[in-house]
Write a protein that binds this ligand. Structure first.
Ligand code: SF4
Length: 241
């Protein structure tokens, strides 16, 4: 069963415009982050896990130190858990470090120390959900696997003026993210979407006038960008023209 709610779903030329405008913006305005030009799945995986509950500026020094201490999956797998937890100290949510360590051991044992390239196999690794898997597979192998983290949920909810809280429309938002991802440039597209959410379509006071999707955005066109995405406690949306 497909879950469609996007008004863009039937309009392929509009989807193409959305992809092009976002990629054009990303080429000029994308963030320069240390894991951006990496193609090594291990380093991308580490960055994705660190970024799960921690801000970019906090992650960067940890990420750099981590790769000096554990330069390969094998180095991480053979390190004592206490050493791994010590390296994580200060980042919080220690389950992430335990899962990285456990997954590294699985990858060494079952995948000859190479990060798996198959989505189903990646999803079986501890601590890797669908959006993290999409982030890794698109960034490391340029696979067209979509993402739906908190930033992306917010951007897509605004783009289509989603009339319910995102948590109530997850299958539809995943379908929309699948439809949008650029099959030719999936890596750049996902990175661009994350950057748009982090720098332009921010939680409060989104910079719509700088947004490459302004003309397509239903929230902006209805003047509702500050009211969306809806929260569980939000009042019903007014009907604005
Ligand atoms: S126009 Fe504004 S609300 Fe819409 S996607 Fe862009 S920044 Fe977000």
């Amino acid at each position: 069963m497909t879950h469609r709610l996007s008004p863009f779903a039937q309009d392929y030329s509009l989807i193409i415009d959305l992809r092009r405008s976002l990629l054009f913006w990303y080429e000029r305005q994308g963030r320069d982050l240390p894991w951006r030009n990496q193609t090594d799945a291990y380093t991308i995986w580490v960055s994705e896990i660190m970024l799960q509950q921690t801000q970019v500026k906090t992650v960067i020094p940890y990420y750099q130190r981590w790769l000096v201490q554990f330069p390969t999956i094998k180095d991480l797998a053979i390190a004592p858990l206490q050493t791994v937890l010590k390296a994580w100290e200060g980042l919080g949510y220690y389950a992430r470090a335990r899962n990285l360590h456990a997954s590294a051991q699985i990858i060494v044992r079952d995948y000859n120390s190479l990060f798996p390239e198959n989505l189903e196999e990646v999803l079986k690794l501890p601590g890797i959900g669908r959006t993290t898997a999409g982030g890794i597979l698109s960034a490391a192998f340029n696979q067209p696997v979509s993402i739906l983290d908190g930033n992306v949920k917010r951007v897509l909810s605004r783009l289509i003026a989603l009339p319910v809280p995102p948590e109530k429309a997850l299958p539809q938002l995943w379908t929309f993210s699948d439809e949008l991802i650029d099959p030719q440039y999936p890596k750049d597209f996902n990175q661009a979407l994350m950057d748009l959410g982090a720098t332009i379509c921010t939680r409060s006071h989104p910079s719509c006038l700088l947004c490459p999707w302004m003309q397509y955005c239903q929230a902006y066109n209805k003047g509702m960008q500050s009211e969306l995405p809806m929260r569980e406690s939000s009042p019903p949306l007014p009907h604005k023209k």
